[in-house]
Write a protein that binds this ligand. Structure first.
Ligand SMILES: *Cc1c(COP(=O)(O)O)cnc(C)c1O
Length: 957
């Protein structure tokens, strides 16, 4: 045996490069894929598929300052060193962010469990019953606690929820006044977001001290805080009644934990309630992600923005869940939309719902009682030391007046490891939470220079500080789900049962076009629950967040580098919010040049609905640009529209590569034409997974883009959120980034959702530029492989020059549907019988399926999908041949549950074919996934709207 050749130690690699774990196809598989496509290498594919005009000349590589990739272990060590630079103080700052204990069973089985975090938004309800049930539980929790019958399935944060409530009240009410009155005791970040959102819509914000009653004059709506930002608890019933008498509607910003003890807004007459569910077990994460909530009276149910889960029935008449009133998905209504929210905060809403299930009403009440007693005793101690307590009635937050001494007190507390709120040089705020201990109270007293003798004696002598008249009498969380899973064993099994009902990335590829369902690697996910990142309050002194801030700065720099822009803000907490930020930046830029009249936003017909919705929210007028037969933007129509609106042109919003899945050749010409007319170019970066490392929107003509870190940069979709939608801008727009003075905040927290940013940081750090580039090209190769293999069975709607697609492809079923009656729905549901998740349905073209395989799927899984689609095509042919009627065949009958097979069977196809379609053999393919419900009847549920946990009997019948 000859000895192995010598390789120097310095050259021997430690472990497999991460890129080889992130990217699915092995080298020989990739060769087979490239052979099918008809190219010799990834580089050749790049040369053929990408127009030379967008390529970065010498390439991004030449100019990149991205560090060379490191291994998982090295990345984790670097991130741990950053985490170690954070100082986690006991969070007693308040301001809408409370310390909370994520129950370990929920942390591990939900937050850290790919069955939950890798799922997609439940658009395919038959394979999403688990997360739909969890979201229904969330809605019930919010609805019960706020005393309002209808709650949505989460908004982005409290501040944006308040903004959504503001516009909801405006369109739902009868008043024509543009004025919205806001309690001066509202969280400062909520006020800031309200300002940002009101201004472009012509809403006049009137921030008023409501202690003296309502201000004079007409107004359409009122927002009251309960408790206020100062902690004060004042019953809002009188204000609500007075506002109603004056023709206005009222929203109440309320703390869900406080509502276990206080009369809920619904019972006080409020039309809507908003807030956050963060303190229900969701880590602080330096500001997010957390689930915001919005609940309303029944009469406003159809006005709710965002997603709403509701009960309906399936084809066999069994109860089933699905997203109700799909028109509530506002963005699909484009410029008629009343909100642009798309990705929300599902994973965090699920955590909050689980927290309510785990603790139940008694447990929540006990937590609230303890928090309140801590605050009451804290105030009692301060009073005994001669400190003035500003408010008589409070729930968890005590405001103390210490003339001239606030800084000294806050510093002394910080030295003792406790973060307090410096309200002014005379006033300190102290918020208690589930985490507060007697030792913390003692440390706070010491910081104030107060000596408390016996805490027990003080406790015994201290009365509650909640107004007796506001004591909650009504029951809440009476549904059995809040009483059945108190033991960890039971909760664990409930969570497992729900997860088993769903198809997430841990069981199948999810080839959803435009969504980029790629690997969310474990090494990327691990750091997000490290206490040094997870337990930071968003308003701690910068020095306490030094490590997180450095990570944020790295990420901003890297993203700017990869996109060719000058500056990036990570504040927007979804792509939709990035769009709004970018458009507000454009509007502010025009205004700064004396061109405030520029308000026309050109948007191609193929654009994602959020584009038009965001443009309207930014105060712009949407003008639609036609699509040419090739799928590209119709250049003639574009030139005509530019000419028609030249002096009013604000912006063009294009997606690149387009939502049709092709690299349009003429994008530079398009950008030049818009610039020549004085407009700005917004490049929607949702499809950046087709560009990273190859071309940069900032270099081929874009002035601003948003990115979706939950698509291209590996933040998991979480079943419909969280997301992060950074906005990236060229130099001239940098002064107009959100929160930098000119344009206000677009999210509650200064850095949006920093709790999940380690994921994207880790991805870029481990891939490096060569790995990112390879990922992009592999994604393009995978899409072209699927397009080549399926092209003879389903026409591929659009291809670019040379017949290549970008990172996704549209399969056109319209002719098949016309000829056979088999619809995209039938195909999508039949895929569930194969244990596969359907592609994107009917976007951007009705009657089509858009497939985006991503780089993370290996060839075997790509082939499993291709074979399933070919098998389905065979079934379609049998329908076409008249072998099966169009109303009764394995496609129309899909998906098939085990129960339906056990029932009497009078279909013209066999039970075996129903359950084990061609290529799925029992015993051999033990990956068989049984859908829990049959085809869902959405219309039935919309006629009979039930959006909270129904009485148990409803499940039984
Ligand atoms: C996903 C997507 C958006 C919206 O992003 P969210 O993060 O869901 O708000 C916008 N445009 C395109 C093309 C998208 O695919």
């Amino acid at each position: 045996m000859s000895p192995e050749p010598h390789v120097p130690l310095t050259v021997l690699q430690r472990g497999t490069p991460f890129a080889d774990r992130h990217i699915g196809p092995r080298a020989d598989d990739l060769d087979r894929m490239l052979a099918t496509i008809g190219v010799g290498s990834l580089d050749e594919l790049a040369d053929r598929a990408l127009p030379a005009t967008i390529r970065d000349g010498s390439g991004v590589a030449a100019s990149s300052s991205l560090p060379a990739p490191v291994s998982e272990a090295e990345m984790l060590a670097e991130l741990r060193a950053l985490a170690a630079r954070n100082t986690v103080a006991v969070p007693m700052i308040g301001l809408g962010y409370a310390g909370t204990q994520t129950p370990p069973v929920i942390r591990r089985h939900v937050l850290e469990n790919p069955a939950w975090y890798t799922a997609y938004t439940p658009y395919q309800p038959e394979i999403s019953q688990g997360r739909l049930e969890a979201l229904l539980t969330f809605q019930t929790t919010v609805s019960d606690l706020t005393g309002l019958p209808v709650a949505g399935a989460s908004l982005l944060d409290e501040a944006t929820a308040a903004a959504e409530a503001m516009t909801l009240l405006r369109r739902a009410g009868k008043s024509t006044s543009p004025r919205f009155v806001v309690d001066a005791d509202t969280l400062p970040q909520t006020l800031e977001v309200l300002r940002t959102r009101a201004e472009p819509l012509g809403i006049e914000l009137d921030v008023a001290d409501l202690g003296a009653g309502l201000p004079d004059g007409e107004f359409f709506g009122l927002l009251v805080s309960y408790p206020g930002a100062s902690g004060a608890v004042t019953g809002p019933a009188g204000l609500i009644e007075a506002a109603h008498e004056r023709g206005a509607l009222v929203a109440v910003a309320a703390d869900l934990l406080a509502l276990t003890l206080l009369t809920p807004p619904g019972e006080l007459g409020a039309d809507a309630a908003v807030g956050t569910t963060q303190r229900f077990g969701v880590p602080l994460g330096f500001g997010g992600p957390h689930a915001g909530y919005l609940s309303v009276q029944q009469k406003l149910a159809r006005q709710l923005p965002g997603r709403l889960v509701g009960l309906t029935r399936d084809a066999d008449g069994n109860p089933a869940l699905r997203l109700a009133l799909q028109t509530r998905e506002q963005h699909i209504r484009r410029e008629k939309a009343t909100s642009n929210i798309c990705t929300a905060q599902v994973l965090l809403a699920v955590v909050a719902a689980c927290y309510a299930v785990y603790h139940g009403p008694d447990g929540l009440r006990a937590i609230a009682r303890r928090v309140h007693r801590m605050a009451a005793v804290l105030a009692g101690g301060l009073r005994s030391g001669g400190v003035e307590i500003v408010h008589e009635a409070f729930f968890d937050t005590v405001t103390a007046r210490v003339p001239g001494r606030a800084d000294a007190v806050v510093t002394a507390a910080h030295d003792a490891g406790i973060a307090l709120r410096r309200v002014s040089c005379d006033v300190v705020g102290i918020a208690c939470s589930e985490l507060t201990t007697i030792a913390h109270l003692e440390a706070v007293w010491a910081a104030f220079g107060v000596a408390v003798g016996s805490v027990d004696d003080l406790d015994a002598a201290t009365a509650d500080a909640l107004p007796e008249a506001l004591r909650r009498e009504s029951e809440y969380l009476t549904h059995p789900v809040f009483h059945s899973h108190r033991s960890e064993t039971s909760l664990m099994r409930w969570l497992r049962r729900l997860a088993d009902a769903d198809l997430a990335l841990d069981r199948t590829m999810i080839p959803l076009g435009s969504c980029t369902m790629k690997l969310n690697a474990t090494a990327e996910m691990e750091p997000i629950t490290w206490p040094a990142f997870a337990d930071l309050h968003p308003f701690v002194p910068a020095a306490d967040a030094a490590g997180t801030l450095e990570m944020i700065a790295d990420l901003e720099r890297w993203l700017a580098e990869l996109t060719g822009y000058a500056a990036v803000s990570l504040q927007p907490n979804a792509g939709s919010q990035g769009e709004l930020s970018g458009l507000l930046a454009i509007a502010a830029y025009h205004r700064s040049r004396g061109e405030a009249h520029r308000d026309v936003c050109l948007i191609p017909a193929s654009a994602h609905g959020t584009n038009a919705a965001s443009a309207v929210m930014a105060g712009m007028r949407v003008v639609v640009v036609a699509t040419a037969p090739s799928g590209d933007v119709d250049l003639d129509d574009l030139r005509a529209k530019i000419a028609e609106h030249a002096d009013r042109l604000a912006a063009l919003m294009i997606t690149y590569p387009s939502t049709h899945g092709v690299y349009e050749e003429h994008v530079r010409d398009v950008c030049d034409a818009v610039h020549a007319a004085g407009g700005q170019v917004y490049v929607d970066g949702a499809n950046l997974n087709a560009l990273v490392g190859l071309a940069r929107p900032g270099a081929f003509g874009g002035d601003v883009s948003h990115l979706n870190l939950h698509k291209t940069f590996c933040i998991p979709h979480g079943g419909g959120g969280p997301g992060v939608g950074p906005v990236a801008v060229a130099e001239h727009l940098a002064p107009f980034l959100p929160g930098r003075g000119v344009v206000g905040a677009v999210s509650a927290a200064p850095y949006g959702s920093p709790g999940v940013l380690p994921i994207s940081w880790a991805y870029i750090r481990m891939m490096g530029l060569p790995g990112l580039r390879r990922a992009t090209l592999t994604a393009v190769a995978a899409a072209n492989y699927v397009a080549r293999r399926l092209g003879e069975h389903y026409p591929v709607l659009y291809t670019g020059p040379g017949g290549y697609v970008a990172h996704e492809c549209i399969l056109d079923l319209r002719r098949i549907t016309k000829e056979t009656g088999v619809t995209v729905d039938d195909v999508a549901k039949r895929l569930a019988d194969y244990g596969l998740h359907a592609p994107t349905m009917s976007f951007p073209v009705a009657g089509t399926l858009m497939v985006e395989p991503t780089e993370s799927e290996d060839l075997a899984e790509l082939d499993r999908f291709v074979e399933a689609m070919i098998g389905i095509r065979g079934e379609i042919d049998r329908v076409a041949a008249g072998e099966w009627p169009v109303e009764d065949n394995p496609l129309r009958g899909a998906p098939h549950t085990a129960a339906c097979l056990a029932d009497k069977w009078d279909h013209p196809y066999t039970r075996e074919l129903a359950a084990y379609p061609t290529g799925v053999t029992p015993g051999v393919h033990d990956r068989k996934v049984w859908p829990p419900v049959r085809r869902i009847d959405g219309a039935h549920g919309d006629r009979n709207l039930v959006c909270s946990c129904p009485p148990v009997a409803a499940y039984g019948s």
